[in-house]
Design a protein around this ligand. Sequence first.
Ligand code: ACM
Length: 541
Amino acid sequence: MTELIPQPGGVAIGSGEVRLTKRSKLYAGDATEGVGNWLRTVLQQATGLPLPEGRELDDARDGGIGLQLDDALGPEEYRLVSDSNGVFIEGGGPAGVFWGAQTLRQLLGPDAYRRAPLHRDRTWAVPHLTIQDSPRFPWRGLMLDVARHFMPKEGVLRYLDLMAAHKLNVFHFHLTDDQGWRVQIKRYPKLTEIGSWRARTKFGHRASSLWDDRPHGGYYTQDDIREIVAYAAERHITVVPEIDVPGHSQAAIAAYPELGNTDVIDTNSLPVWDTWGINPNVLAPTDNTLRFYEGVFEELLELFPSEFIHVGGDECLKDQWKQSATAQARIAELGLADEDELQSWFIGHFDKWLSARGRRLVGWDEILEGGLAEGAVVSSWRGYEGGITAARAGHDVVMCPEQHVYLDWRQAPGEDEPVPIAHVRTLEDVYRFEPVPEQLSEVEARHVLGTQANVWTEVMEDHARVDYQTFPRLAAFAEVAWSALPAPAERDFADFERRMAAHYPRLDALGVAYRPPTGPLPWQRRPGVLGRPKDGPPPNA
Ligand code: ACM
């Protein structure tokens, strides 16, 4: 049971065990009541034990569970002590206590992850031990693209639970793209009335010739978003919303054609996009567009308390701006050198707008081209380079290089993966990913807030596919983000695999459809049943 993931900072194992019984109480001290409620709920469901509320720490000393703060620890740091008295978790802040509670759940065994007890009279034991633990990075992120394929709210809540079980604390919510707009904006109802549905969907990657001819769509109401944000907060996860501008915006233009470059194309006939790739139909750099998106962000700031707000900024093709008299007039009027500087001006506008409201802008590394906005944080996805440049210029950075942590990339060679796209990134590859590049000095490296895995869903039409791509690699990623691992070549992958052998049963209990670690994939056991159509995309499409 002590095969923990992510690996804690220090574990000292004793010789006995604490047995949780019908008499065990759960005491939660000041500011830890939220964690106490969460822990009681999940353990009551899994064990059937009542775990009544203790009134003081002494109530936990009789084989119970005690939670409290210890000011001497960092905000996410915790100490877990299981001894002849009971189980005690102390954290520097409620988040630290919560991560300690997640460790306790691992110590109780896989069935502690179930929602109802399997057997009535089993024992629940925690080995005597002391764990001292704290995260390496404050930003341990996971991005989910709900634009390419909509994930209904229940799936998002479940995904947040899976993140919490792995001590990840930033959910980057990719809410808009060419293929769908997924958040209700009350002043612009057509964004969801029109922008949240597409007529059909390219099946497989963009080289595929197959179509799913059914409409696809959906969106979150503002109350759904409030629920998701509150549910995340209960799990000490910050939700960072992304509204992608000025590229990746065809769904918004389909809803409000005046947002597009109307002097270049007839935007009235643009549908919500039904295929994949980089789209030429980008926002017009007009005052009207700026005012429109200020309206969007005003509603967004009401919904998302996150300090960080993501504005995308990736893959904005400049062809229409080159052809547009309106865009060219704007370049001349602002005295800009080219279209890259026009994009910087556009992003810079929202950097100032968000800063004035006490928030910080985050953008993909293309926001470096044409000059980085003053307060911007960079998500470095096209390798490390953008992150290195930004950190050297004194900007904060989140490292998410696609070669390492894009979980839509295939997990094994060959064409039998259900999502056979891009290059192979195995579990071990992810385990050996290092977020801080060695080119950075110690001072520059402090700008690396942390790291993030990204799940793009062009080829993941439901949550079973998302599970398969996300797991088990997210477990390796979580250890990279949380634990103080040695340099990549020195990491003990065999030990990680040994601990994973205890982790798969936890994922089973959670109902995660992960990629099996060994042996034939389930569909390979029956000859002729493959994970993708014969007419699917070529490798590395
Ligand atoms: C990205 O993958 N376009 C950020």
